[in-house]
Design a protein. Structure first.
Length: 334
């Protein structure tokens, strides 16, 4: 790794190159994920590394460009990849560094993009099939570096919540003729195959991050959903229409946030436009009152106007936004 600790190198086209962070530099590399005085950044890095195993963080999955002087800033730019369930990984990017140690704005942007490319190569396929980043809208530095590094900008996600209310009814509305709604089942009765079919049907003409369709196997998507909060199949409800799985609503209790998350709500084109989405969500909220959580939360593509209208009617309000960027192998032509 001798080359890694010298000033950032470039390929034959002049583009900067990034490399995996050697073990001897992991602490100082992790400190580049934070802003502030060097001593405070190093203290934050120590806390991150100490808690890494609790959050599935792998200190060996960091890629960086390197400065020529260890006394100034040995790590110029950094990207850390954190593997998740369902063969995904999340990227975390270093903020802008001091010009004297890390170069001007354009040089830093180019080097950070090189770190993104190195992370993509290092994570796929051993650790992830889908690689993503979720910077805040004002973090244009990270957004532009991700795009330059090969990720696709999908759009903006709204994070919404509503408190549980005493008025959340316990009654489940009668379903239209031919529609049956029942929980996923437990143990040997858990019908994940039917759930995968329902999910695939609900992705047809979806308005919620349609760019994600086909980037992963549906079984990987299910694994990601199961890993959200505490999986309880009694709050995962399948929608059957004329004997076929045509939709679902998936809720998970997240005690660490004192909330219940709407993990997914989707219906196939065959049963859209009949008010089922609202009835399903109202019924799911009522069932989840038993958790005694403070609120229900969700994330939604801001382009999905029908979903936003539904959530507004049910009292959800936005409290944060993130910009979604993803990379995955190009899916085969259908």
């Amino acid at each position: 790794m001798a080359q890694s600790v010298n000033e950032a190198t470039a390929d034959s086209t002049g583009a900067p190159l990034a490399a995996a962070v050697p073990e001897t530099l992991r602490r100082v590399a992790a400190s580049r994920l934070y802003q502030g005085p060097r001593t405070k950044r190093l203290a934050a890095a120590d806390r991150l590394i100490a808690a890494a195993s609790q959050h599935n963080i792998r200190p060996d999955l960091m890629w960086a460009t390197f400065g020529e002087s260890a006394a100034i800033e040995p790590v110029r730019q950094l990207v850390m990849g954190v593997p998740g369930s369902g063969r995904t990984a999340m990227l975390f990017l270093s903020p802008p560094g001091p010009v004297g140690a890390c170069g001007d704005a354009r040089a830093q942007q180019s080097e950070l993009a090189a770190c993104v490319r190195a992370a993509r190569a290092g994570l796929h396929p051993a650790h992830a099939r889908l690689i993503q980043a979720l910077p805040e809208p004002h973090e244009t530095w990270s957004i532009e570096a991700c795009v330059e590094g090969g990720l696709t900008l999908i759009g903006e996600l709204a994070y919404m919540r509503r408190p549980f209310s005493p008025n959340d009814g316990d009654e489940i509305e009668p379903w239209p003729s031919g529609v049956d709604v029942r929980p996923l089942g437990k143990g040997a009765d858990t019908d994940f195959e039917a759930l995968e079919t329902a999910l695939a049907s609900s992705y047809i003409e979806t308005l919620d991050c349609p760019e994600l369709c086909g980037l992963r196997d549906t079984s990987d998507v299910v694994a990601s959903h199961v890993a959200t909060g505490l999986f309880d199949p009694s709050t995962w409800w399948m929608v059957w229409h004329e004997g076929q799985p045509e939709g679902c609503v998936l809720m998970s209790h997240c005690p660490e946030h004192d909330s219940v998350e709407l993990v997914y709500l989707g219906l196939s084109p065959k049963i859209r436009g009949r008010g089922l989405g609202e009835a399903l969500l109202r019924g799911s909220i009522a069932r989840c009152k038993a958790y005694n959580a403070a609120s229900v939360t969700l994330a939604v593509d801001r382009r999905n106007a029908p979903a936003l209208r539904l959530y507004d009617r049910l009292g959800f309000r936005a409290f944060a936004s993130r910009v979604a960027l993803v990379w995955g192998p190009t899916p085969p032509a259908s």
